[in-house]
Design a binder for this molecule. Sequence first.
Ligand code: PLP
Length: 406
Amino acid sequence: MYDVTEIRKDFPILSREVNGKPLVYLDNGASAQKPQVVIDAITQAYSFEYANVHRGLHYLSNLATDKYEAVRGTVQKFLNAAHEDEILFTSGTTEALNMISYAWAAPKLQAGDEIILSVMEHHANIVPWHFLRERQGVVLKWVDTDVNGDLDPQAVIDAIGPKTKIIAITHMSNVLGTVVDVKSICTAARARGVPVVVDGSQSSVHMPVDVQDIGCDFFAITGHKLYGPTASGALYVRRDRMAEMRPFMGGGDMIREVSRDVITYNDPPHKFESGTPGIVQMIGMGVALNYMMGLGMGNIATHEHILRDYAQTKLSGLNWLNIQGNSETKGAIFSFTLDGAGHPHDISTVVDQRGIAVRAGHHCAQPLMQHLGVTATCRASFGLYNTTEEVDKLVDALELCHDLFA
Ligand code: PLP
């Protein structure tokens, strides 16, 4: 049974106060808090088990290497990848998506080739493709969301043409919470030989993910949203696609031999991981993923669906609150503006006085803001430790904002 009261005890920060009130942390979409097991693993690694990986023949280096490399198997299990060597370690989703752009796409794409994006992508899944537009004349083709914030998979499929070389799509919007039917997109794209990049930064936090079932070519996750350390993450690359990739960053570890005239590369996945990595961060991420799998991804999803339904009912009862995106598939992420209220920053400042952490701004999704006709929203994003009582506190604080600003 999923006991949220007990689970909250795993997260020391949740017992603190902010502005004299118990912390209500609703900024999980930006970054999630860390359970004690992750904090302990980091302390243990730095205190007693630290050395550089892969290079040493001494005890500590081997120990650190074993712990670090074991995380590959953990990510494989978390994503249900077919092979451990399909998992690349990254510093997060931004690095992962840039890697695909530089390592897979840049050598293959030519002027006039097309990349399909949805309008609700995070800048991390836009800017690396803009680089190819600027530098190589690649064309970006945008697919809009409908009035509910849904992305019709058929609209994405219909956008595929003879020049389409990549589809890069989010699995879950960090602004609207919309969950995209990436499986249908992948099935159709594969039949046409078009690879699909899935940004799983948000979805992987809230639901079980099976990359084999989805049928994607690339799937990116980020440790700091998965209750793990910052600067940790992973990129799933299906074996056949990894074989097509050119090394991205050059340096130590990714080579087999270097001479004055030639270099030979290490085997994948190491061929794509150069320099000293985030050793302790990755070890911490492995512990975080095991923590989540221990709770059960299905159980986390069920808990968050209860929160979503509760929040949806409560928030839609506030007739002066404009909720952006009402997809039936949405997760527990709510973006909104208030009638008559100033900038969403004002809302976040007022609710912060009540100990409630929400985010305001464009959420690194400016094309979506333009599509919605707003410059910014306020966003409450829920995680595995949030409660319906916290939804009530948010609603009370928003009512205060309404009284103040209306
Ligand atoms: N994609 C989405 C949907 C996100 O929400 C984020 C982070 O906010 C990113 C990409 C960027 O991830 P990272 O912080 O790991 O670079």
